[in-house]
Design a protein around this ligand. Sequence first.
Ligand code: FES
Length: 158
Amino acid sequence: MLPIELKESLKTRIEQSSHPKELVVDVMMAVQEHYGYLSDEALDESAQLLNLPPMELEEIATFYTFIYREPVGRYVIHVCDSVVCWMNGAESIQDYLCRKLEIKPGETTKDGLFTLLPVCCIGYCDRSPAILINKKVYGELTPGKLDSILEKLRKEAE
Ligand code: FES
């Protein structure tokens, strides 16, 4: 169950909106922020708040890369695989991360720290190849830079 304060603040936002449907992603993201991912129960709770059928939310969640329908790690690494990053070596960046973390795209490391997910252009083409980790962008990546980023995050998690 969502904490009462969060539930009430979301309800208020929905009630005050002239187009509550426009808040679907915002509500799902807020609920996901609380639970860590959007489980079936969390999706149902979101649907109840919005007074919409869960299936409608399910359809949106399926298309929206930043809604996680499965549990994710503490750090979610979104690797851009759109054209500019691809031309600048995104493939080798993803391969390097897979080798280093011993996972495939879509998977989470055994220690639960990192999840690796491909993503469409994140708007940092001028800093390609680029990735997002928990909404923070890292660009002009090289294997060396990735090593330092992962090491820093591992230390943070200790
Ligand atoms: S193509 Fe990767 S950030 Fe735009």
